[in-house]
Design a protein around this ligand. Structure first.
Ligand code: HEM
Ligand code: HEM
Length: 233
């Protein structure tokens, strides 16, 4: 295979093949909508905070789902398939401008760590939200479990971590745009359609396995149950 063609994902390259399963894509785009909703509802006033909390529970369920899916999901969703060592990640970073740097199918080493950063940031965001209070009408369901001082601190963290999350999102979108502009690699379409035409090479040629839909259904039910148990603690 001509290795310089790896960057070029024009339709003439290879026939389309599956890359991201439906649960991973549904997770991603639901998350995007919900984060927008969380921002909007926190500024709505009136009943906004009630809807904010419901949206927050949905985000919490999604994070739990994604962690489970990272162990039992399809190949490209599994942590073991994309979590690279610091050495590999560094090598990836230092060879960004060479033609073969991005031959991986699925998340590249940096993208893999971005998934973890997102999951951590979202866990902090929702986790602190459960204890947060606006000191007027609304308080997260676990707020009574902590002192006022602790609740005020966690509310502050809830506000600051949203700015951190916004920073991560900005870096994420810029990285995807740079892949397209500098590397000619379209990452967006596969995250929408689930399919890619990018050529595979080396290890990436290994067959990908896709988890059955009922597995994702069970994982989703389990995530909802765990969320319910946390909220009702
Ligand atoms: C990813 C999920 C979440 C995001 C992105 C998010 C985002 C935000 C934002 C942007 C604010 C406004 C902060 C400000 O006034 O500057 C806020 C306030 C608040 N959030 Fe969340 N939140 C999330 C989850 C939750 C959850 C799960 C709960 C509780 C169940 C919660 C409870 C609260 C409360 C009580 C406030 C009011 C704090 C205040 O006005 O001082 N949030 N949230
Ligand atoms: C609230 C905003 C966003 C959040 C929290 C977010 C989070 C994430 C996460 C966690 C992943 C990893 C997917 C997984 O393996 O489960 C991901 C991947 C991805 N996201 Fe986003 N995202 C956001 C907005 C966007 C937007 C606006 C775009 C469109 C430009 C986008 C395009 C992508 C693409 C193309 C991937 C796959 C990257 C790859 O091929 O490695 N995301 N995002």
């Amino acid at each position: 295979m001509n290795e310089t063609r790896i960057h070029n994902d024009s339709p003439r390259m290879t026939p389309p093949r599956r890359l991201w399963d439906f649960p991973t894509r549904a997770f991603h785009w639901s998350l995007v909508i919900l984060i927008g909703w969380e921002w909007a509802s926190s500024h709505l006033g009136g009943n906004g905070m009630t809807y904010h909390m419901w949206g927050g529970y949905a985000v919490l369920a999604l994070i739990i789902f994604r962690v489970l899916w990272g162990f039992i999901g399809s190949t490209t969703a599994k942590f073991s398939s994309f979590l690279a060592s610091p050495k590999t990640t560094w090598r990836y970073l230092t060879t960004l401008r060479t033609p073969r740097h991005d031959a991986a199918v699925g998340h590249n080493p940096l993208g893999g760590w971005a998934v973890i950063a997102f999951l951590l940031a979202l866990a902090i965001q929702t986790g602190t939200g459960l204890f947060a209070t606006d000191d007027i009408l609304s308080a997260g369901p676990l707020n009574p479990l902590v002192s006022n001082r602790t609740a005020d601190f966690l509310t502050l963290v809830h506000k600051v971590s949203f700015d951190v999350l916004l920073g991560l999102i900005a870096a994420h979108v810029i990285a995807i745009a740079l892949h397209k502009i500098l590397g000619g690699k379209n990452l967006l379409t596969p995250m929408i359609t689930g399919r890619t035409r990018a050529a595979a090479s080396g290890l990436s040629k290994a067959p990908l396995t896709f988890a059955r839909p009922w597995v994702s259904f069970i994982a989703l039910c389990l995530s909802a149950a765990i969320t319910w148990a946390i909220v009702k603690a």
